[in-house]
Design a protein around this ligand. Sequence first.
Ligand code: AR6
Length: 217
Amino acid sequence: MAKAVNAVVKLTELINWNEYYHTVLATQRVPVYRDNLVSVTPTFNEEINNKISLWQGDITKLEVDAVVTAANNGLLGGGGVDGAIHKAAGPELLEECKTLNGCETGDAKITQGYKLPAKHVIHTVGPKGEKPDLLKAAYENCLKLCVENNLKTVAFPCISTGVYGYPQEEAAIVAIKTIRSFLEENPHLIDMIVFTVFLDNDKLFYEKYLQFFFPPK
Ligand code: AR6
């Protein structure tokens, strides 16, 4: 039977990065050509690899503690992933956003999830164009909010890579590298981080760089 279009996607339906590598990528592993990514090559860490997932789809469908949205400084709605999240969450989300007094670039704020399957929405504002420090700060501040609010599962979209024009490949590197550092420093604070990709080429970039920053066995 075909799945309903509005079906909620539970985390139990997703596979973690270890499984993804050994099944989906089994016959089509992508070599990483760039050797200037970090001074030290990351090592295999099974616990950390089990805490991340690469998933292609509509983030509004995910049943997680928090979904991250890529908003603008006003936090009053927009297009892209933010438009989709506001549409799916319903008008109460905008009402709560009006009380937040906007958000600085690189910072993040939290609200309820309303009609979304996700309990909360974390609103972050990524940089316009390639500004790695601000993009890194956006990911870090979202994770900080997760920790402060005891949220254990979170899904990120590819922040800044749509309307804000951050080059997709460079943004994937920053996102993955930042999450690897966070999980290494805080191995027990988060249970699952979902890298949610919407576009096919983002999926390829994430497959490529996850292999480098989260090397499987
Ligand atoms: N689920 C997952 N990812 C999505 C979805 C979705 N439903 N829809 C789009 N994406 P963008 P930005 C991907 O433009 O570049 C807004 O108007 C999309 O393919 O949403 O940070 C805000 O109000 C891309 O990979 O965010 C701001 O003004 C990624 O989400 C501005 O856009 C981010 O693209 C923010 O621009």
